[in-house]
Each structure stands twice: as structure tokens, then as C-alpha cells.
Design a binder for this molecule. Structure first.
Ligand code: URA
Length: 156
């Protein structure tokens, strides 16, 4: 399962998460480790409507959508949750450290493996692929995710 911040304009119009440019990049990242974005991953957002002017959702807005999100998690029952960006981290684990510090690290939350990763929109603004760049770090992280999925599926 992948949790983003909230719908952008395209997503709000279509009612489907991550269909714009950031979503297309997310699909590419998933495909790079042979994950099918339509079949292998459930993608959703912390808030279900686009905040005015595309601003970061307030705590009140996040709380209004929280029971919906928790029910999505319960129904999908994922073994792994990726939190894209600081808002998703804030909503789920409440970790206040910056995303640069915690990305790529596994924690356990409610019996599930959780990893914060960069938001794909951030990668769109940072095009470098040099070692240590956000895109390069995302490539390390998604490979860790793939490995964890393989570990989980071989242990059942
Ligand atoms: N950014 C998000 O966090 N979610 C979307 O669905 C699209 C862009």
C-alpha cells in the first residue's frame, strides 16, 4: 500500500489517486522493480479532497479523513505501507523528523512494515540521478521494498 498526501487537480477531477505527473513517476518507480501499479499496489491519500490552492492539509483536515484511511488500511490489509512524504508520515506514525532523515528506514506500525519515502513530486523537482541525489536514494529505497516483499512471500 502506498499513501500520499492528497489529490492534486488531476486526481480531484478523475477521483483516482496519483494519475498526474507525480503518479506517472511513481508507476515508473514501481515498474522498475517489477511491481505492477494496478495489480500489486493499492494507492491512496491521507486526505480525500484537494485542499484549496493545493496547500498542505491541516491537522483538522487530516483528522476528518483519518477513519476513512484507517478503514482502507484495515480492508486492504497490506503487509507493507510506503508513506510518500512528510504529510503521510505525520498522519500514520506521527514521526516529526524530516523525511530526509527517516526515508528508507523500516518501522513497525500496527503489525505492518512501514517505510517513509520521498514524495514523487519532490523527485520531479530534483532531476539529478547522481549518487546521493533524491532520485538515487529512491532507487535504493524501492529496491529495499522489493527485497522485503520477496522475504515476506518466501517466509509464508
Ligand atoms: N500527490 C499526492 O500526494 N497524491 C496524489 O494523489 C497526487 C499527488
Amino acid at each position: 500500500m502506498i499513501i500520499g498526501e492528497g489529490p492534486g487537480q488531476n486526481e480531484d477531477e478523475q477521483g483516482i489517486p496519483f494519475v498526474g505527473k507525480a503518479g506517472q513517476l511513481l508507476d515508473k518507480i514501481l515498474t522498475s522493480v517489477q511491481l505492477n501499479p494496478d495489480r500489486d499496489v493499492y494507492i491512496c491519500n491521507v486526505v480525500k479532497c484537494r485542499p484549496p490552492g493545493n496547500r498542505v492539509p491541516t491537522d483538522e483536515e487530516m483528522n476528518s479523513c483519518k477513519s476513512y484511511l484507517l478503514e482502507q488500511i484495515r480492508l486492504v490489509n497490506p503487509s507493507i505501507i510506503l508513506l510518500t512524504g512528510a504529510t503521510a508520515v505525520r498522519a500514520i506514525t506521527g514521526d516529526k523528523r524530516g523525511i530526509t532523515k527517516i526515508r528508507g528506514t523500516w518501522t513497525e506500525w500496527e503489525g505492518r512494515w512501514v517505510m517513509p519515502i520521498f514524495h514523487p513530486a519532490y523527485l520531479l523537482r530534483n532531476q539529478s540521478r547522481e549518487p546521493g541525489s533524491p532520485k538515487w536514494l529512491m532507487w535504493q529505497d524501492i529496491q529495499k521494498v522489493k527485497q522485503k516483499l520477496l522475504d515476506i512471500s518466501s517466509s509464508v
